[in-house]
Design a binder for this molecule. Structure first.
Ligand code: NI
Length: 265
């Protein structure tokens, strides 16, 4: 039996490998005396029953996480659910899956061809969400997927690993607002996702979010290395609801724009 800290450790290692911004942002905040607290971790998958949202979630439900709210992103053909731990100090887990039936027959066959390559023991592994890419993929196949879905192309190339970690702005002590943090990051040379404005959501939504743009990473495809967008870092500030409790869900309109942090320009 592996522990929750062990799971978070392999997730963080799998993430920082593909997020060039993560370590420098950590270091900058630490230099200001800040302690970084994770608000949530986001993961992606295909809706193939062999590897869908529920299969990925098993690594977390085995550690005491429980399913909470569901979300639908019609224009990107995504379904998502977030999970919370009984210990509210643990990060929330946000898992989305691509509804592949919304795409062309050729696209669906390509995705099936990837999942067909999975070794039988992979879906039940405790560290599945941090395994990386368990299938071979050519750059041409990647581009063919990308013609219909940026999300699918990214997932096919990168595999199972956190798409982003999210710093809780509420837990930072030296920034009065998310915009103050954004200005600090930009002044230090980090590019933010401006799709739908740099800050997604409002205090009325109970959640404000911003994110870096995914840095470029080199991925080896079956026909050699190519550069694609990697992972990104997100920042979330939560507000209390009418009962005084901090809102713990997600705002679909904001998350929809945040998904575009791994699109290629
Ligand atoms: Ni997020």
């Amino acid at each position: 039996m592996h522990t929750l800290p062990e799971l978070f450790d392999v997730l963080w290692q799998a993430y920082v490998e593909l997020c060039p911004d993560a370590a420098p942002i950590h270091a900058l905040l630490a230099a200001r005396g800040e302690t970084v607290v994770n608000d949530h971790i986001a993961l992606r998958t295909f809706d193939d029953p062999r590897i869908g949202l529920d299969v990925l979630a098993a690594a977390f439900t085995a550690q005491g996480y429980e399913p909470k709210q569901e979300y639908r992103f019609e224009d990107k053909h995504l379904f998502a659910r977030h999970f919370e731990h009984g210990d509210a100090g643990q990060p929330k887990i946000f898992i989305s899956e691509l509804c592949t039936s919304a795409f062309s027959d050729a696209f669906q066959a390509r995705v099936r061809g990837l999942v067909d390559q999975l070794p039988a023991n992979i879906p039940g592994r405790w560290d599945l969400p941090a395994l990386g890419r368990p299938w071979d993929l050519s750059y041409d196949e990647h581009e063919a997927l990308r013609a219909e879905s940026e999300y699918a192309a990214w997932l096919a190339a990168v595999g199972f690993r956190p798409n982003h970690f999210t710093i809780s702005v509420n837990a930072l002590t030296s920034f009065a607002s998310l915009s103050e943090l954004n200005e600090f990051l930009e002044a230090n040379g980090f590019a933010l996702n401006a799709s739908g404005g740099k800050i997604k959501g409002t205090p009325e939504d109970r959640l404000e979010q911003s994110s870096t743009l995914a840095g470029e990473i080199v991925v080896s495809f079956s026909d050699g290395p190519h550069t694609i967008p990697g992972c990104y870092y997100e920042f979330a500030r939560r507000y209390p609801d009418a009962s005084g409790r901090l809102f713990s869900g997600f705002v679909p309109g904001s998350a929809n724009k945040i998904f575009e942090s791994t699109d290629r320009c």
